[in-house]
Design a binder for this molecule. Structure first.
Ligand code: XLS
Ligand code: MG
Length: 345
């Protein structure tokens, strides 16, 4: 019997997506925010993540005071539903102002737009009661390297982060690295890059990381090792667990869908390092397959959580003593088979 798990779970409204891809339109009709919120409750999740314009739709057409008013209204809806806001993330990849990047755009006015929008997202986060600002640096990179200077881009990133850290003494920046897509090459592709940039900011203690499994795989790295690395610096403040079949477009598959052993190792390091003990949530950044029918629309979220909890049991029942004996004997062949049979059993 598994011991009760302390983990709390989360997803974002964009994870109930409609099936559009670059080659075809949506395959499911859009659902309202209220429908998504009640779906989250029904599935037994505890928190929701928000882009700034998930929290306040059409954000660029509204005044700052109107944005904050709507954020406060959202907070009341969340409180009534008993749901926590896990984070807010400025969506800096849709606007005409972010075509050439946001903080690293070559156009000063566009850089200012990105900073203003980020500072406003911090104000939204405060209204929603979260101290985490997630920064997926979507367009901070290039299609061709000659178009920007990498050194100058790091300076611009640090300047932007410093402004955010100065804007609110409590906010923590959780940078979500990804090596490519939409860009050819991104400037902050891995957790090592995140921590290096964090060390240059005015408050490295408040600058940390969010790890997404698929993004690690796209960088050719092992998500469990990336988790261990971030946690050895006390810097893992959120995770986007999902899966990815090799070096392809960003797939956001259900957790464990492609590589169950990798998923087991991710859960194992999270448990070993006490993830969640300081209030961190387990978030799934997963999408339904395009083929998914409306009646099966939430299965990818429910399944990711089920798989995670099954793997918690697998970690709890893994024979650590036997593993240690095999390690001491340097019998890694037997250790390999032991892991396989444990997962099959
Ligand atoms: C995209 C990212 C995105 C962030 C949130 O690849 O995973 O969904 O998690 O801004
Ligand atoms: Mg993500």
């Amino acid at each position: 019997m598994a011991k009760k798990s302390h983990f709390r779970f989360c997803f974002g409204p964009w994870n109930i997506s409609e099936g559009a891809d670059p080659y075809g339109p949506t395959t499911r009709p859009a659902q309202s925010f209220d429908w998504k919120l009640s779906a989250l409750k029904k599935l037994g999740f505890d928190a929701m993540m928000f882009h700034d314009d998930d929290a306040v739709p059409d954000i660029d057409s509204k005044s700052h005071s109107q944005v904050l008013k709507e954020a406060r209204q959202l907070r009341r809806r969340l409180d009534d539903a008993g749901v926590v806001a896990e984070m807010v993330a400025p969506r800096l990849w849709f606007s005409p102002n972010t075509i050439d990047g946001a903080y690293t755009s070559n156009d000063r006015k566009c850089r200012q737009y990105a900073i203003d929008r980020s500072l406003q997202s911090i104000d939204i986060a405060r209204e929603l009661g979260t101290d985490i600002l997630v920064l997926w640096l979507a367009r901070e990179g290039t299609y061709l390297r000659e178009s920007k200077s990498g050194l100058r881009s790091v300076e611009l990133l640090v300047e932007a982060f410093d402004k955010m850290l100065a804007h609110d003494k409590k906010i923590r920046l959780a940078i979500e690295p990804k090596p490519n897509e939409p860009m050819d090459h991104a400037y902050v592709p891995t957790i090592g890059h995140v921590l290096a940039v964090a060390s240059q900011t005015r408050d490295p203690k408040r600058t940390g990381a969010l790890i997404e499994s698929a993004h690690c795989i796209l960088a050719g790295l092992d998500p469990a090792d990336e988790i261990d690395f971030a946690m050895s610096f006390g810097k893992l403040w959120s995770v986007h667990l999902n899966d990815q079949n090799g070096l392809k477009y960003d797939q956001d598959k259900p957790f464990g869908s492609t590589n169950l052993r990798s998923a087991f190792n991710q859960v194992r390091v999270l448990m070993r390092n006490g993830y969640g003990r300081n209030g961190e949530f387990v978030c799934f950044d997963v999408h339904p397959f395009r083929t998914t029918k409306v009646e099966h629309w939430l299965a990818h979220l429910d399944n990711s959580r089920r798989t995670f909890l099954r793997l918690v049991e697998k970690v709890q029942t893994f024979d650590e003593k036997q593993a240690q004996r095999l390690i001491a004997d340097r019998d890694y062949q037997a250790l390999d088979q032991m892991v396989i049979e444990h997962l099959l059993g």
